[in-house]
Design a binder for this molecule. Structure first.
Ligand code: GLA
Length: 413
């Protein structure tokens, strides 16, 4: 009975959501929709937040997580839509005689930490693996799925990233050596098992699959209850990694939608030696892809220019757009890629990415509007400068190396 009521609530939420997508492009807040929806509908638009891994890796502590929550509020990121504070790997301690997992000395009291994060109006995420160990070698959930899900719920966890890692040698290769199909079946069953355990807690928990895009996860992710699934291996804070991941997303848009999203991995904006142009392109394109926007930088020491990128509301609005249609790559010419994304209310976002290096750049670029099905002249808003520009067919456009021209066209023709 409960299951049936839940299913109806999800359906109701989706109908309401779709109706709003068509009629009121930007008026309804997705938080209103969250209130309507049970656990399966926790991610009607791509989740937004912060995750500890890209900056802290195994060094993350309780204090770092609290600092991130503080900064999420102080920097205005929360007001801009960021919600989840996600602890990645290395929080785990040992299991006691009853099999109950404890956090390690870096995280003295998970319930208190969750309360702290919740008191800021934010939500808490956590991390585990279907194998015996996490990727970093800490205790994970194999044979303790129900117990762990109950534990997370008792702490007040709102998001789980479930990372394949040691499940590969410990179960897939051990139980089905050389049998790829059976290995994939085992993997899918493991993801289903945790989904059932999470649902049984009765707490809405975003379910994030991390298995690096194997076995076309986008085809079966929704059937195991996933709200998002990684489509790639690990991102790194350099242009080549970001650009390679971006290009690997082309064609996956049809698999994403309300409640179930492609995840090209967490943001590296503000990390490593990325230039501001690269940060801008990375952030813009993750928004074009309707990707989860999980910042991965050191929030307490964030530069104002990086904050300005992460809090650009017009770019975030593209990510969270209610039509929920991922961008498609319209065409590439030379080193420039042209992507378009249809938005609610008939608007269109157009992104021109210059992948050329500064030394060999071949610009200006001449945009061929006809290849986008458009006719100029068109009024467009540049989402990084805030200027209104007129796009005429074939006009020369200057785009710096690894930079982007991102525009929104309210009334394309
Ligand atoms: C894997 C994941 C990363 C991160 C680490 C943690 O590599 O893909 O995102 O969670 O594990 O160990």
């Amino acid at each position: 009975m409960r299951v049936r009521i839940s299913a109806w609530l999800v359906l109701l939420a989706l109908i309401t959501f779709t109706a709003r997508a068509q009629t009121a492009p930007s008026s309804a807040s997705h938080k209103q929709i969250h209130r309507l929806a049970p656990s399966q509908a926790v991610a009607l638009t791509p989740p937004m937040g912060w995750n500890s891994w890209n900056f802290f890796e195994g060094r993350v502590t309780d204090q770092d997580v609290r600092n991130a929550a503080d900064q999420m509020v102080a920097t205005g990121m929360k007001d801009a839509g960021y919600e989840y504070i996600n602890i990645d790997d290395t929080w785990e301690g040992e299991r006691d005689a009853n099999g109950v997992l404890h956090s390690n000395e870096k995280f003295p009291d998970m319930k208190a930490l969750a309360d702290y994060v919740h008191a800021k109006g934010l939500k808490l995420g956590i991390y585990s693996s279907p194998g015996p160990k996490t990727c970093a070698g800490y205790a994970a959930s194999l044979d303790h799925e129900v117990q762990d899900a109950q534990l997370y719920a008792s702490w007040g966890v709102d998001y789980l990233k479930y990372d394949l890692c040691s499940f590969i040698p410990a179960v897939m290769e051990k139980q089905a050596p050389g049998d790829r199909a059976e290995q994939m079946r085992l993997m899918i069953a493991a993801y289903k098992k945790m989904d059932a355990a999470l649902k049984a807690t009765g707490r809405p928990i975003v379910y994030s699959l991390c298995q690096y895009g194997w076995d076309a996860v986008w085809e079966w992710g929704p059937s195991v209850g996933a709200n998002l699934w990684r489509t790639t291996g690990d991102i790194q804070a350099n242009w080549n990694s970001i650009y390679a991941i971006l290009n690997a997303q082309a064609g996956l848009g049809k698999y994403a939608g309300p409640g179930h999203w492609n995840d090209p991995d967490m943001l590296e904006v503000g990390n490593g030696k990325l230039t501001l142009a690269e940060d801008r392109t990375h952030f813009s394109m993750w928004a074009m892809l309707a990707a989860p926007l999980l910042a991965g930088n050191d929030l307490p020491n964030m530069k104002p220019e990086v904050k300005a990128i992460l809090t650009n509301r017009e770019v975030i609005a593209i990510d969270q757009d209610r039509l929920c249609r991922e961008a498609t790559r319209a065409y590439s010419e030379g080193e420039v890629d042209v992507w378009t994304r249809h938005l609610a209310g008939g608007a269109l976002a157009v992104a021109l990415v210059n992948a050329g290096s500064a030394r060999y750049s071949t610009h200006p670029f001449h945009l061929d509007l006809a290849r986008l099905g458009l006719h100029g002249p068109l009024e467009a808003r540049n989402l990084w400068t805030g200027e209104t520009m007129t796009l005429a067919d074939g006009m020369p456009l200057e785009i710096g190396s690894h930079d982007i021209l991102l525009v929104r066209i309210a009334a394309p023709k």
